[in-house]
Design a protein around this ligand. Structure first.
Ligand code: DX5
Ligand code: ZN
Length: 224
């Protein structure tokens, strides 16, 4: 079977001990650190800025996967690139010019991702496939951790996977397919079968009981 990437979301970490928390997920086998940036405008919550990103950067060697839920988005992108982001993902509704924003992310030396809300059509991908390194399908409405996985995401993932396969078959670059929201040990098998290769998990990772092996234990069960 294909290798997968696990991206614990620090939204559910202990913010008073963030350095320790990101070191613990790296030691536990995480592939990416997922950083949820919320602005109380695009989404009804307020979280992490570039300063916090820069503060955690030296604590890990795995890439920072920055998910921007901010509007407008363009002005913040260089700040997160400077703060050590390796992947920068934004929502098309938050950019006046999606193609330009994707180009800006790559010009800054980062991988570019586009995040689609549960009700956003895959049609927004039609004319930008060449400029994408990752497609993020939201499986909850953005804004909060700990929500329930929306099952309509499964056929949407399959359709996105088919688009990626067709793109690669016609000579296009590889594109990661990330899923974000409500991922658990119990549903990850079905989500993987639908075509996702990169998995965000917040509450499932940071809420894992020490008795069950803590972060390492849950990351192993998610990968199994
Ligand atoms: C939601 C965020 C997600 C969220 C995932 O807006 O983008 O990354 O924190 O958390 P869980 O895994 O708890 O649904
Ligand atoms: Zn996220």
């Amino acid at each position: 079977t294909q290798a997968i990437r696990l991206a614990p979301s620090i939204l559910s970490a202990d913010f008073a001990r963030l350095g320790e928390e990101v070191r613990a997920i790296e030691a536990g086998g995480a592939d990416l650190v997922h950083v949820d940036v919320m602005d109380n405008h695009y989404v009804p919550n307020l979280t992490i800025g570039p300063l916090v990103c820069a503060a955690i950067r030296p604590h890990v060697s795995i890439p920072l996967d920055v998910h921007l839920m901010v509007e407008p988005v363009d002005a913040l992108i260089p700040l997160f690139a400077q703060a050590g982001a390796r992947i920068i993902t934004f929502h098309p509704e938050a950019s006046r010019h999606v193609d330009r924003t994707l180009g800006m992310i790559r010009e800054l030396g980062c991988k570019a991702g586009l995040a689609l809300n549960p009700a956003t059509s895959l049609a927004v991908l039609d004319h930008v496939m060449d400029k994408l390194d990752m497609i993020l399908l939201m499986s909850v409405n953005p804004g909060f951790g700990g929500q329930k996985f929306i099952t309509a995401t499964l056929p949407k993932l399959a359709a996105a996977r088919a688009r990626i396969e067709a793109h690669v078959a016609s000579g296009g670059q590889p594109i990661w397919l990330q899923v974000d929201g409500g991922v658990t040990v119990d549903n990850i098998g079905a989500i993987r079968a639908a075509g996702a290769d990169t998995f965000v998990a917040g509450s499932a990772v940071f809420g894992a009981p020490d008795a069950d092996g803590g972060y390492r234990g849950v990351l192993q069960r998610l990968r199994a």
